[in-house]
Design a binder for this molecule. Structure first.
Ligand SMILES: Nc1ncnc2c1ncn2[C@@H]1O[C@H](COP(=O)(O)OP(=O)(O)O)[C@@H](O)[C@H]1O
Ligand SMILES: [Mg+2]
Length: 252
C-alpha cells in the first residue's frame, strides 16, 4: 500500500504545527503504522527532538538543492516505526526560482521514492505560505490546520483557505482538508464560543481539541514527544484521540 501524506500547515507561527506533527507522527507509529516525519521548516523545531540539526550533513535542503535521494537523508528516531527527514537552518537559504516550473513538485517527486516504504508521511510546514508549504500541499493527500481560538489566528484563515483551494484546483485535485485542530484551548470561554463557528465556516473542525498545558513545553525541552514524556497527562490523551480521529478520517 502506498503511504498517505498528511501536511500540517498554517502560515501563522505558534499555532501548534510542530507539536501536532510530532505527536501525530508518534501516535501513528504507536498505532502500528510505519511513519515518516518530514521537517521542511528551516527552524528545524521538530527535527531537534530527534537529531542535532547543526550536525547534519544531509537534510531537507539537499532535496531542493541537489535533489539528493531521500533515502540517504532519512534517519531512525528513538521511537519504533518512526523515522525523520530532518531540516536545518540552511533550508532558509534555498531559493527556488519562480521561473522553474518544477519548483512546486520537488518534494512530491522526492517522496514518491519512499511511498512504498511507509504507511504514513507527516509534513511539518514552516510558518509561511512559501514555496515549501506549496511543495507540502502538492505532495499531500490530506491537510490538517492547527490553530488557536484567537482573533489573530482567524485573520489569516481566508488566505490559507484560498491557497489550499487554488493548489487543489490547479495542481493537486485529490488534496483533502481533513480538518482544523484547535490547539492551546484555555477553556470554553466566550471567546472560544464566538470563534468556533467562524472556523467552521472555513474548515471542518476535529471533535478533539487540545487544551493548554505546561507539559507540552516540558516535553519539547526534554526532547521527547508529549506521548512519550507523559502519556497519561490530559493533553497527551487529547492527542491520542486526535490521532484516532485522523485514522478514521483517512479510512473514510
Ligand atoms: N497545547 C499546548 N499547551 C501549551 N503550550 C503549547 C501547546 N501547543 C503548543 N504549545 C507551545 O506553543 C508554542 C508554539 O507551538 P508549536 O507547536 O511550535 O507551533 P508552530 O509550529 O505552529 O509554530 C511552543 O512553545 C509550544 O511549546
Ligand atoms: Mg513549527
Amino acid at each position: 500500500m502506498s503511504a498517505k501524506v498528511i501536511a500540517i500547515a498554517n502560515q501563522k507561527g505558534g499555532e501548534g504545527k510542530t507539536t501536532t506533527a510530532l505527536n501525530l507522527s508518534h501516535g501513528l507509529a504507536i498505532e502500528g503504522f510505519q511513519t515518516l516525519l518530514v521537517d521542511i521548516d528551516p527552524q528545524a523545531n521538530s527535527s531537534s527532538i530527534f537529531v542535532d540539526p547543526d550536525k547534519l550533513t544531509l537534510s531537507a535542503a539537499d532535496i531542493f538543492l541537489s535533489k539528493k535521494d531521500v533515502q540517504d537523508i532519512i534517519q531512525k528516531t528513538q521511537y519504533e516505526r518512526l523515522y525523520i527527514l530532518p531540516a536545518k537552518i540552511n533550508l532558509a537559504e534555498v531559493e527556488l526560482s519562480s521561473l522553474n516550473v518544477e519548483a512546486p513538485y520537488i518534494l512530491r517527486d522526492a517522496l514518491s521514492k519512499v511511498k512504498e516504504t511507509y504507511d504514513m508521511i507527516v509534513i511539518d510546514c514552516p510558518p509561511s505560505l512559501s514555496i515549501f508549504t506549496v511543495n507540502a500541499l502538492v505532495a499531500a493527500d490530506y491537510v490538517i490546520i492547527p490553530l488557536q481560538a484567537e482573533k489573530f489566528s482567524i485573520d489569516g484563515i481566508r488566505g490559507l483557505q484560498n491557497t489550499i483551494e487554488s493548489i487543489k484546483r490547479r495542481i493537486n485535485p485529490s488534496l483533502r482538508i481533513l480538518g482544523a485542530l484547535v490547539t492551546q484551548l484555555k477553556s470554553n470561554t466566550v471567546l472560544t464560543k464566538t470563534i468556533m463557528p467562524v472556523i467552521q465556516n472555513y474548515f471542518p473542525v476535529f471533535e478533539t481539541s487540545i487544551s493548554t498545558g505546561v507539559a507540552v513545553g516540558e516535553s519539547h525541552l526534554s526532547r521527547k514527544t508529549l506521548l512519550d514524556y507523559n502519556p497519561s497527562i490530559k493533553q497527551a490523551k487529547e492527542y491520542f484521540s486526535f490521532v484516532k480521529e485522523v485514522v478514521r478520517g483517512i479510512q473514510n
